[in-house]
Design a protein around this ligand. Sequence first.
Ligand SMILES: Nc1ncnc2c1ncn2[C@@H]1O[C@H](COP(=O)(O)OP(=O)(O)OP(=O)(O)O)[C@@H](O)[C@H]1O
Ligand SMILES: [Mg+2]
Length: 300
Amino acid sequence: MNPNDIKGPYNPNQSKSQPKKRGLELGMEQLADVKRIVAVASGKGGVGKSTVAVNLAVTLARMGYKVGLADADVYGPSVPKMTGTEGAVPDVEVYDEMGYPLAPDAPITDDCKEVMIPVEKYGVKWMSIGYFARPEQALIWRGPMACNALKQMILQVKWGELDFLLLDLPPGTGDIHISLVHDIPLSGAIIVSTPQAVALADVEKGVNMFRNPQIDKPIFGIIENMSWFTPAELPENKYYIFGKDGCKVMAEKYSLDLLGQIPLVQSVCEGGDEGVPAAVEDGPVYDALKVAAGKLGALI
Ligand SMILES: Nc1ncnc2c1ncn2[C@@H]1O[C@H](COP(=O)(O)OP(=O)(O)OP(=O)(O)O)[C@@H](O)[C@H]1O
Ligand SMILES: [Mg+2]
């Protein structure tokens, strides 16, 4: 398949000789009815940021909030797989320069704006670059292109009325993050970590990034993931395989709220692989995230 045939407006392989892209002057209009934009971040990769973001979105939706989630990890989008929406192709609506829907037979000009319709499942509106690229296609983009694609995933999406728009950030504290927190009207961030010392060292970087005077966004708190291991056949047992209460100590050190502790359980991993987030059903993940979601809910 020719990489230029990829459906949707975000073809990373589009050659320079192709016609100018339309509707890329991104404004904040689509965020007008979004009450809170919350970044889910971590300094370190693989601590369960996407798992927490997806399950937190589902938990908020189950509690009656209107929720959207933008998969801002343009290098490794995991939302389509984790939500079982792989293969979905978001609709695109086209508006004329006055902001009216374009008549079906009208020509699309450079002044038209294109807006993507998020994919809805589990009561949450999902958007991900993964809907526009085939899974095997590595997204190897230079910084500015990645930043643009990321902004499109947030600003060029018809979110409608939302209580919360969660952003699942890529790991780290690099250019993408700085550009994002600079250009998107973030309400604040949640930091995800495991209790392990090496992961905690990276939390420090994440905290420092959001508290940097040039960024200066509130951190709503830390969610500790993989806090303990509980085997399915011994639900009362807790094994602290990554150490105990690491995030509690960290939260105290940085005067942050410990929003919740999520155990390492097989159902989380399986749910992620099968596209059914664990929080869709009652259980330890929903219980842990209900507390975090309640604290977020108090913000609006
Ligand atoms: N509480 C948990 N219990 C069991 N497995 C978990 C738990 N949290 C995450 N996992 C598993 O760990 C792996 C990494 O999780 P995830 O992809 O959410 O991490 P991430 O921080 O988003 O990674 P990346 O930095 O690559 O974006 C996944 O396979 C996921 O299913
Ligand atoms: Mg991730």
